[in-house]
Design a protein around this ligand. Sequence first.
Ligand code: NAG
Ligand code: NAG
Ligand code: NAG
Ligand code: NAG
Ligand code: NAG
Ligand code: NAG
Ligand code: NAG
Length: 301
Amino acid sequence: MTMLALLLPSLLAVQALGALEVQVPEVPVVALHGMDTTLNCTFSGVTTFNLSDISVFWQLSDTKRSVHSYMGGQDQLTEQDGRFANRTSMFPDQLTRGNASLLLRKVRVVDEGSYTCFVRVVDYSSAALILQVAARYTVPEVMWDTGSNPRPGDEVALTCLAYRGYPEAEVYWQDGTGRNLTDNVTISQVANDEGLFNVRSVLTVTLEPNSTYTCRLTNQLIGQESHASVIISAQSMVFPPVALWVTVGLAVCLLGLLIALAAVCGRKIKESCEEMKAAKEAKELEEDESKTAMTPLKNQS
Ligand SMILES: *[C@@H]1O[C@H](CO)[C@@H](O)[C@H](O)[C@H]1NC(C)=O
Ligand SMILES: *[C@@H]1O[C@H](CO)[C@@H](O)[C@H](O)[C@H]1NC(C)=O
Ligand SMILES: *[C@@H]1O[C@H](CO)[C@@H](O)[C@H](O)[C@H]1NC(C)=O
Ligand SMILES: *[C@@H]1O[C@H](CO)[C@@H](O)[C@H](O)[C@H]1NC(C)=O
Ligand SMILES: *[C@@H]1O[C@H](CO)[C@@H](O)[C@H](O)[C@H]1NC(C)=O
Ligand SMILES: *[C@@H]1O[C@H](CO)[C@@H](O)[C@H](O)[C@H]1NC(C)=O
Ligand SMILES: *[C@@H]1O[C@H](CO)[C@@H](O)[C@H](O)[C@H]1NC(C)=O
């Protein structure tokens, strides 16, 4: 009994019960480009220990480069790979609860890969997780090569553009009935300096009257589905929204101009009428005056 009581302080300090076990997510962790993510890593098999007795090493699984290290009760970042500088944190207050997770800030495409979480408290163990990066594409837009309005019968290259997504998108074209148009389609996905893809798909078609051409884009990893369409009307005219609004705008301007012109003209006409009226009145007055001037003469006679 006495012996046990004397031993208690050291038992509290380090108490390894059975084998240390490290757990990480089994499915890939998907993080959005530019956002922060937590790489979860928990361990069990140790109940009580002193913080200065635990070591945690986060490494890139393939190159063994250091992502973040914690040892002797503090972060050890001298060996840290430069590209993780200022972007990682652990949660020391969570370590005693068996949580050795790593916060990774401002995730980039190059961060994709396998990460190993290595934990040592007397015993040691490790586990690896996969980090996948994702980015939403911009809503696609459809354009055509000719400056003029395409008409039914024209052979036109319709271009579908979407930007800064990850990973590569699935892009396909459909007509108004939902039929896939797979002939005469070319697609290119080019990575920018951040590793994000700009997608360009070109469909060459002979335009059918009264039909719709839809470009559909899917980013499977994050379940993004978006689309853009062009409508070829029976009146053999295509109005892309911009051209439509420009036309409406011009029509409104023209109408405004006409109204202003009408108002100005109306006033001018009214003014000249009044001038004429005034002139007429003046003349009548003159005549009246000459009449009255004559009357006394009559009276005098
Ligand atoms: C990390 O674990 C917490 C708690 O179990 C959970 O809510 C969170 O979704 C996990 N994060 C990731 C990226 O798996
Ligand atoms: C570990 O702790 C951090 C910070 O509190 C938390 O965000 C994360 O979800 C925790 N992970 C697990 C697996 O509990
Ligand atoms: C942890 O260990 C350090 C150094 O060995 C010691 O100074 C400290 O008192 C210990 N803390 C606890 C809670 O046992
Ligand atoms: C990390 O932060 C320190 C201090 O804020 C700064 O001096 C250093 O340039 C930063 N390093 C990187 C790679 O951003
Ligand atoms: C059209 O093609 C896409 C991509 O290949 C596919 O997911 C979709 O099910 C197809 N739709 C039809 C109606 O065939
Ligand atoms: C594909 O292009 C060829 C040559 O320009 C043309 O003969 C053919 O009709 C086109 N196919 C479709 C489905 O538009
Ligand atoms: C065009 O489409 C409209 C509505 O879908 C339909 O009412 C009209 O009959 C069609 N015209 C031609 C020429 O196919």
